[in-house]
Design a protein around this ligand. Sequence first.
Ligand SMILES: *Cc1c(COP(=O)(O)O)cnc(C)c1O
Length: 462
Amino acid sequence: MKYISTRGQAPVLSFEEAMLTGLARDGGLYVPEEIPTFSEDDIAALAGLSYEDAAFRVMKPFIGDAFDDREFRSIIGRAYEGFEHIARAPLKQLDSNHFLLELFHGPTLAFKDFAMQLIGQLFQASLARSGNRVTIVGATSGDTGSAAIEAFAGLDNVDVFVLYPHGRVSEVQRRQMTTPDAENVHAIALDGHFDDCQARLKDMFNDHAFRDEVGLAGVNSINWARVLAQVVYYFTSAVSLGAPHRNVSFTVPTGNFGDIFAGSIAKRMGLPIDRLVIATNQNDILHRCMTTGEYRTDKVIPSISPSMDIQVSSNFERALFDAYGRDGAAVAQLMEELKSGGFKVSQGALEALREDYDSGMATEDETLATISHIAEVTGEVLCPHSAVGVKVAEEMRNPEVPMITLATAHPAKFPDAVEEATGDRPGLPPFMASLYDRPERVTEAKNDLAALQSLIRERRTT
Ligand SMILES: *Cc1c(COP(=O)(O)O)cnc(C)c1O
């Protein structure tokens, strides 16, 4: 299995190389050269398997010979053993033909643990073999950073630096990043928005000298291995509702487009997905783009679903690459135009996108109203991101096709919004109860590339 860049100018890499690299050298994102397909029998055979066994089968065709079967199975086993639910991604019913896929039973209570725990173990195995050391730098709107710090804390041959927007993550998210005491993990509060964090991260990757000097690696949602890990739960949930013999649809609370893009991979592998619905909060560049064809950045407006407060949706580039017939030069041109504010998607590409995706958005009031309504009629307490998904799913769904809405975080990660909606403050699960008592460790930094680079050079332990 080979991986190519969405901008067509970077070297073709193996799975392991693409995973260790993150962003391609031409600024693009790695995608598989071809998508492997599963027959109906292959999909039917997933029924009744453990999450780990299904994960092995779904991901195996993408990793080539990077790891032998025994090693890959044990990597997957270690990745998910810290989850608090034996099913890993349990499915709950909300209404007739509307289901909630609970992706928040991992160690940091958000779906990002699915990918990050796996990638931590993959890096560890790969670096142990090569003897190389790497510096992982990540940008986060909250959940990626905590998931990365949790996944890599104490692992060998790796330092992790996480840039998060100062004052713009929830207290639980911040504490999950600042309280682990392993020497190799570093939380950095950047004076700016998430998009600034993401821009500085891209700058570091595009500074090839720095990149080579510190052995820079990325585990943001642009990393292909993360997308791959997320393909698995589309299969396990669809199969438990009757796939391959029955179609299902998914609604996905979306920011950087990694999670929903994984759904489109599952679909191309042969999973019978009817609709993939993009659900955004008031930062709705994706919904506007799907509606009008204009992808134009706007100011980020902080919301109660902060993990979706973005204007530039990095993984959307992968969807554009496919919509433009895998024309890397066309994608490079669009990304050039994006630097000065945006671009118009061609008619043909827009039609291709609409074949795969629907879209909708939820305002702040609609999000709160959904949390409160769903708690009242089902007893299920949603986090604000999941509520954005449920609101859009209810609006868009065909009652005849089962709809699965992804619940991306535990409500206790966003207690203020949930309390405002329901009157009750959701408590942390017992295994995290001491979070508010642990000492914090954080470095504040200016939104400045050179300053960040020296900070990283100085603090690296490897
Ligand atoms: C990251 C995140 C999202 C958005 O996921 P993308 O893959 O960036 O689209 C939604 N909800 C929560 C809770 C998240 O942490």
